[in-house]
Design a protein around this ligand. Sequence first.
Ligand code: SAM
Length: 282
Amino acid sequence: MNATTLRQQLAERGLAPNKRFGQNFLIDEDILDAIVDAAELTERDTVLEIGPGTGALTHRLAARAGRLVAVEIDKGLSGFLAEQFADNPRVEILNADILKTDQCSLFAEELSAGRGAVKVVANLPYYITTPILLSLLPKDDLFSRFVVMMQREVADRMQADPGSKDYGALSLAVQYYALPEIVTLVPPGAFYPPPEVTSAVLRLDRHNVPPVSVKDPDRMFALISAAFGKRRKTLSNAIAGAPQLQISAEQVRSALDQMNLDPNTRGETLSLSDYAALSDLL
Ligand code: SAM
């Protein structure tokens, strides 16, 4: 569908793209197909679509998945979509905020069947990409794969390796739970209205078991957050400067020494397994 037709369709229902909800609708058919292909859906899959908008992706997902739940915050759009899928018992359109939705009760059936086979497919609202993914990724019995559109810059940070300019706390949080891979880059012209940035479709395959073993993951993430909170400091000074951790610079230097790492190293050079080891030592 082109931008003019979509604008007319919305206008007929008294609707227009709402910036407040990050509404940039995808109109490029090839990118829509690439997203659905990357999800590798079968009839055994349940799909959670976040922000179905005008339904471009929703129709493609409904044609392939066994069950589809689409959560849309905009009442006008969710009503418009609910009408379109009224006769399809495999599709539920919910008018809700994904950040306030209890996914465990939405997918109680899948959880009790022990399938853990919910896939998340979405052209995400960019203003809440990170909170959405960081709230869904830890739910280990529920989601197996995410295929999600986001700003390219955020996708680059999620899949960055140690030492690169994009590497940070977000890379480590995401990579603890899943393996990220950019499927394709997407120019602004693929959307109506076009966003100001280049986008990327990112596929995240959730690990069955985390790639590192750590006694207390929450404590490791607190260390990581302190390490990247003060990027210009050495790791030992950054951690010692975080009062909630109660760890001295000397303790960090001694742990780094035991790990055969430079005591003056900076946070951005340590890998996920280094942080797991450091967290256990401290
Ligand atoms: N899926 C559509 C597409 O590809 O054309 C729309 C994508 S648009 C980038 C993001 C969608 O997320 C919008 O429809 C917006 O209303 C919806 N949205 C924004 N915040 C949301 C939230 N907190 N919960 C659920 N949906 C939300």
